[in-house]
Design a protein around this ligand. Structure first.
Ligand code: SF4
Ligand code: FES
Length: 232
């Protein structure tokens, strides 16, 4: 089938502002959008710039705004998009070129919640054990691939880019509720600040956007409830 891709383009070296370019591409309905973008780049216009790496929904690098919705280009099928497809960069970040945005503010928020195991006890001779029930408590939030689809679909983030955003909260959740971790207090102080979880308005865009099916809004609610239960 033939599809028309309308792609938002911006080259900071030559363009004053972004513009849309259209490409006709021959694809199979079962192809992914990434296949169509590759067709454009490899056979029509080598200047088209976008990020991708694994092509299998695991590295999180090709999240973009596809027909107005945040998705991974390597996961969404052409047959689910129709024959006129719009492709734009994620909202809320500086565009470096075409579909590539500056992810540094996103990763700065991620780093601020200390997304790693903190435990000052002496290193044991065996693994730090936990029960299946304790592991289950944070299972959902281990699935995050840091694609930024959630954070950049959030109106609270668009309104205030200092808001730490859903993805950072998801990754804080992953460790706050890990029975082996001792760093919850440090993370909760960050999440309780003026740009922390309380900026969430429970709009659910983040949950809808997550390509990993993580219940992002629920994780944020978990953290809010926990903040009300503990002293920070
Ligand atoms: S929670 Fe989901 S949408 Fe958000 S960064 Fe992680 S994988 Fe992407
Ligand atoms: S290229 Fe890795 S998630 Fe799409």
């Amino acid at each position: 089938m033939k599809v028309e891709l309308s792609i938002r383009r911006f080259n900071p070296e030559t363009d004053q502002r972004p513009h849309v370019e259209r490409y006709q591409v021959e694809v199979e309905p079962s192809d992914r959008l990434l296949d169509a973008l590759n067709q454009v780049k490899w056979y029509q216009d080598g200047t088209l710039t976008y990020r991708r790496s694994c092509a299998h929904g695991i590295c999180g690098s090709d999240a973009m705004l596809i027909n107005g919705v945040n998705r991974l280009a390597c996961k969404v099928l052409i047959r689910d998009l129709g024959d006129r497809i719009t492709v734009e960069p994620l909202r809320g970040f500086r565009v470096i070129k075409d579909l590539v945005v500056d992810m540094e503010p996103f990763f700065a928020a991620y780093r601020s919640v200390k997304p790693y195991l903190i435990n000052d006890d002496p290193v044991p001779h065996v693994e730090r054990l936990q029960s299946p029930e304790e592991r289950e408590r944070f299972d959902d939030t281990t699935k995050c691939i840091l694609c930024a689809a959630c954070t950049t679909s959030c109106p609270s983030f668009w309104a205030n880019e200092e808001y730490i955003g859903p993805a950072a909260i998801v990754n804080a959740h992953r460790f706050i509720f890990d029975s082996r971790d001792q760093g919850a207090q440090e993370r909760l102080e960050v999440l309780n600040s003026k740009d922390g979880v309380w900026r969430c308005r429970t709009i659910f865009n983040c949950t809808d956007a997550c390509p990993r099916g993580i219940e992002v809004t629920r994780a944020i609610q978990d953290v809010k409830r926990h903040l009300l239960d503990v002293r920070v």
